[in-house]
Design a protein around this ligand. Structure first.
Ligand code: URP
Ligand code: ZN
Ligand code: ZN
Length: 467
């Protein structure tokens, strides 16, 4: 079965050109003019872009005394409706479990539900000698990135010994180490002090996680990665000091230091956590939202290449959970900000927001948008050129992007499994109209037509050696 996508403008990270795209089965087989297919999808007036790849998500994750509300079906449907056809989720090693057991647990969560393609990183929380020896085996399983948290003391946080040994072992075997950079020990003290002083409102989440503690942890991770000669990926970078730490490493010639930000950090500030009543809880995530000057710094970072990826850290919770069949949500933190589950939804919104506020406002080019949201994620995480590009031989993960269509982001119309949308009422210009996953239409004229069980686990490749 050959499908011709005709009359559109193909956009890649490098080029923009008018061409038809011929798909055979699950694969792109040709780009050009005068091609023939068995069926045709008219892409006149559309950009034809690679499916988005979101490398930072938490679906069905136990966290903060509850479980994230989007699972591997609802989260996938939302992703596809937002133009994202692959994501990489974090397997979290339960303390005492092997990495293999943890990865198997996450496969069980996705099996039968997956509706877009997906991969896994594995987060190490308990680095025993046996776990250290297991790291190379992850490559065989197609899990080629590790993660550690320098925050969440008493839960996910690891120490510098674990960080350094993970970096070393990862580097020896071609795995990329990803790090959540905040100083969890200092945060823990500030949180205790705030609560003792009777400061319980959501805004204290931000006030007890100041930017200096992100800058410090980022510099530490960067310097340790340099000593270990290890590829490093800083997740959800939010502020100017951390950006300087990454720029410093690149300035020293260390091209193996990578960093992402997440879309929400361009839009919200600490003031959003101080919204009236308990509304601020919707905006509680870690690291927290910063200052307008940091937002400007982040736009600078994506424009100059310091930040190579924009992901979401999609980790949805209900605002009013714990009833009507909902898992517990943000209400867990009524009366104590430290009990608000950390995380925000966004897997559906990312591509539209970056197009509207990045491309539409002249902050980034059309090609840079594709590079940040589709191509660099594939390159950095070992699945390029199978994913992240419109080219012969690539999987036919294709989005027909309507650059002039308007859409208002809202909880009532979203597919994300939660009762709020961070961007409620915000209009975007530019939406995914048709989405193909390996040649199969999963979104047709903005309507979900996909199916649970059709998403595939993607085994990913390793990193180039640093030295
Ligand atoms: O608040 C956040 N970011 N929740 C998800 C876990 C993490 O730190 O990425
Ligand atoms: Zn994190
Ligand atoms: Zn995260």
């Amino acid at each position: 079965m050959r499908t011709l996508i005709s009359g559109g403008t193909v956009v890649t990270a490098a080029d923009t050109f008018v061409a038809d795209v011929l798909v055979e089965g699950e694969t792109i087989v040709a780009l050009g003019h005068g091609l023939q297919g068995d069926t045709t999808i008219d892409a006149t007036g559309m950009y034809v872009v690679p499916g988005g790849i979101d490398v930072h998500t938490h679906l069905d994750m136990p966290f903060g005394g509850t479980t994230a509300s989007d699972d591997f079906f609802t989260g996938h449907r939302a992703a596809a409706c937002g133009g994202t056809t692959m994501h990489i989720d974090f397997v979290i090693q339960p303390k005492g479990a092997s990495l293999r057991e943890a990865i198997d647990m996450w496969h069980a969560k996705a099996n039968g539900k997956a509706a877009v393609d997906y991969g896994f990183h594995v987060a190490i929380t308990d680095l025993t000698e046996a776990v250290l020896q297991e790291i190379p085996d992850c490559v065989e399983l197609g899990v080629t990135s590790l993660k550690v948290f320098l925050a969440y003391k008493g839960a996910l946080q690891i120490d510098d010994t674990t960080l350094f040994r993970t970096l070393q072992q990862g580097a020896r075997h071609g795995l990329l180490t990803m790090v959540h950079c905040e100083n969890g020990d200092a945060i823990d003290i500030l949180v205790r002090e705030a609560l003792a002083a009777g400061h319980t409102a959501p805004v204290y989440h931000a006030l007890t996680r100041p930017p200096q503690l992100e800058a410090e942890a980022t510099s530490r991770a960067v310097r340790l990665a340099e000593v270990a000669g290890a590829p490093l990926y800083i997740v959800h970078l939010t502020e100017a000091g951390a950006l300087d730490a990454v720029r410093g490493a690149r300035g020293r010639g260390n091209q193996f230091i990578h960093a992402e930000t997440c879309v929400q950090y361009f839009f919200f500030t600490r003031d959003d956590l101080a919204r009236p009543g308990f509304e601020g809880a919707k905006y509680v995530c870690s690291p927290p939202f910063r200052e307008p000057s940091d937002q400007q710094a982040l736009w600078g970072g994506v424009a100059d290449g310091t930040l190579e990826v924009v992901s979401t850290d999609h980790c949805a919770f209900w605002y009013e959970g714990g009833r009507d069949g909902r898992s517990r949500g943000k209400e867990l933190g009524l009366g104590d900000f430290s009990k608000i589950p950390n995380g925000c939804p966004g897997i559906e919104d990312r591509m539209m927001l970056m197009y509207t506020h990045g491309v539409g406002r002249g902050r980034i080019s059309l090609n840079r948008w594709v590079e940040l949201c589709c191509t660099n994620p594939a390159r950095l995480f070992g699945c390029y050129p199978r994913k992240g590009v419109i080219a012969p031989g690539a999987d036919a993960d294709i989005v027909l992007w309507d650059p002039t269509a308007r859409h208002v982001l809202a909880a009532a119309t979203q597919h994300q499994n939660t009762d709020y949308n961070l961007y409620e009422g915000m209009e975007v210009v530019g939406v995914p109209r048709t989405v193909l996953l390996r040649g199969r239409v999963v979104v047709d004229d903005r309507r979900w037509v996909g199916e649970a069980g059709t998403g595939q686990f993607i085994k990913r490749g390793t990193q180039p050696a640093v030295r």
